[in-house]
Design a protein around this ligand. Structure first.
Ligand code: ADP
Length: 569
């Protein structure tokens, strides 16, 4: 540093050297004590020596040169020392222990605070430089080695999400156990102090799970429950005898003859999968299972166990929030277990199950599926077979359901729900053409007539054209696409035709064969169960064809039924 060059000889040393001293004077060590010599820098010593030389002494120029060199060395020394000091400070900093981050819970006196660090509570001193008023409940604070609060860090941006179960009178929140924790009581952060909260809302907690920081969602509980299933004896379902028998064997027998099954060590499933085309009664069969089981148990044991039927659609569970879908599934099982423990017969019916329990699906929901399937399996494994909860899955595409779900001990019974054939369709017509209705003919005759028309292999009934990969073509007739839903809708249309006629003629009328036939025509022409597009993909969903074998599947053109059906109803 430049300063070192200018450093002059200290006065205490100079005054010992008489003015105008000459070369006759003795060495400096005689003039100054060893301590004084020690205090002098090399540059100062050079200056003293020069001062002792007589004017114009030949060595003066050498001494000036020496002085320059010494000054340079001193400067270098000085800079090296400074650099070492800086490095020392850095090393010191790097070797010091990490700061801890805690959640500020509340102030205690003006210089102390209640802080939670890694789940443990501390009363920490606050650095006097931090005004207490600048710290807010729920925010993060930096604590040093002595656990003193040395800095405020603002609010955490991450943390678990939980649903508020109850508001306590003092404003604190009680939350449930969906995070796998015991139920907790939490305080609100300063951010939520004045917020209007209500049970069901979802809030985000600080990482220590002591304070509710912010509201993140309305907390939609997937709840499409039918507390009581309406009267639905097996006889109210037509054309599904095989499926009904399979369900009864799977569910009713093991429950009604528990001891027998135990004696034979016969494995009992925890539920079953219903698969088949839409509108053919999968949901109906699910509800009927619940209704009939309750009746059977009542008859056998005299105990009436109310049924709890939780009906959810797979796509409703998919949620863009990470972890939310899993929470919903856990919640569904929790609801069922809760009700079962209260003595109910609990059913979890998952419609369109392939959307959440599917395999071979990439794309948007892939990451959700990869966690949902194992989670669903874990929940299933936690159930006692048929003791408390019966899980029913329904799907149009059983081939897409992950095999892990369908392993023994989980849902290893797959029950096919077929499209009704002519006899089955006739039976369904009979179910909907109740005797209590004003019918023009006996219901069996009406049902037989319309079913026959529906299944006739006439050109008018040609409906879909299939082109197979082999090049072969096939025509599907309307009957090939019959379903319980279509039949129920045809009967409803026929009823409205009869009602209209009654209004127009001002005469009491009955439901006739013609009403049914007209309704049948228009139902196939306008039915919204059929896709409105020509897309093979959409039409494939209605059939059992293996998509790999079919090149094209679409409505027969021109649709014969258009001219017949238009403007009838
Ligand atoms: P899926 O779940 O297979 O799509 P649903 O069970 O929801 O079909 O059926 C829709 C409606 O169609 C039912 O509410 C019922 O009115 C009628 N339905 C379907 N299949 C039958 C059937 N086999 N017997 C009587 N009605 C049926």
């Amino acid at each position: 540093m430049a300063e070192s060059k200018k450093k002059s000889v200290p006065p205490s040393a100079l005054h010992k050297l008489p003015a105008g001293t000459s070369e006759s004077q003795g060495p400096l060590t005689d003039l100054l004590s060893p301590e004084e010599m020690e205090k002098l820098s090399a540059l100062q010593i050079v200056d003293l020596i020069v001062g002792k030389l007589p004017p114009r002494h030949p060595s003066i120029l050498d001494m000036v040169y020496l002085r320059e060199r010494v000054a340079g060395l001193e400067e270098m020394n000085y800079q090296a020392r400074e650099a070492i000091e800086k490095l020392d400070a850095i090393v010191e900093k790097l070797r010091s222990p990490a700061f801890r981050v805690g959640t500020f819970l509340m102030p205690i006196e003006s210089d102390k605070a209640h802080v939670c660090i890694s789940g443990t509570d501390y009363v920490c001193r606050i650095d006097p430089q931090i005004p207490l008023s600048s710290l807010q409940v729920g925010q993060r604070v930096l604590c040093n080695e002595a656990f003193a609060v040395v800095q405020g860090l603002g609010f955490d941006r991450n943390g678990p999400i939980v649903r508020v179960d109850e508001l306590l009178s003092d404003g604190r929140l009680r939350i449930g156990q969906e995070t796998g924790l015991m139920p907790l009581v939490l305080q609100r952060s300063s951010l939520l102090a004045k917020e209007k909260l209500r049970p069901g809302l979802e809030v985000r907690l600080d990482v220590n799970q002591r304070v509710a920081l912010e509201v993140v969602g309305v907390g939609k509980r997937v709840e499409r429950s039918l507390e009581t299933v309406t009267e639905l004896p097996w006889g109210a379902i037509g054309g599904q005898d095989e499926a009904v028998q399979a369900i009864r064997d799977t569910i009713e027998l093991p429950i009604l003859h528990r001891d027998l099954f135990k004696r034979f060590e016969h494995s009992v499933p925890k539920g079953f999968l219903l698969y088949g085309p839409p509108g053919c009664g999968k949901t109906l069969l699910g509800k009927a299972t619940a209704y009939n089981l309750r009746q059977q148990i009542k008859t056998h044991t005299g105990v009436d166990r109310p049924e709890f039927f939780l009906h959810v659609k797979g796509p409703e569970i998919l949620n863009m929030w990470v972890g939310e879908s899993e929470r919903q599934v856990r919640d569904l099982f929790a609801q069922c277990r809760e009700r079962a423990s209260e003595g109910a017969l609990a059913f979890l019916f998952v419609d369109e199950a392939e959307s959440i329990l599917g395999t071979r699906r990439a794309g948007r929901y892939h990451s959700i599926l990869s966690t949902l399937v194992p989670m669903f399996c874990t929940e299933m494994d936690g159930l006692e077979p048929l003791q408390n909860v019966v899980v029913i899955l329904a799907s149009n595409r059983a081939d897409l359901i992950d095999p892990a779900i369908l392993r023994p001990g989980r849902i290893d019974r797959k029950i096919k729900v077929r499209r009704p054939d002519q006899a089955g369709s006739q039976r369904i017509y009979e179910i909907y053409l109740r005797e209590s209705l004003p019918l023009a003919e006996p219901k069996t005759d009406l049902a037989a007539a319309v079913a026959q028309a529906q299944f006739a292999r006439t050109p008018e009934n040609q409906f879909l054209e299939v082109v197979y990969r082999s090049g072969k073509k096939d025509i599907l007739h309307r009957g090939d696409l019959a379903s319980g839903a279509i039949i129920a809708a045809i009967v409803e249309r026929a009823k409205s035709l009869a009602i209209k006629r009654s209004i127009e003629t001002k005469m009491p009328t009955t439901l006739t064969r013609e009403d049914l036939l007209k309704a049948f025509e228009s139902e196939y022409a306008e039915n919204d169960l059929f896709p409105s597009t020509d897309l093979t993909e959409d039409w494939l969903k209605l059939t059992d064809f293996d998509p790999d074998n079919v090149v094209k599947l679409g409505p027969v053109k021109p649709r014969k039924n258009e001219s017949l059906g238009a403007g009838i109803v």
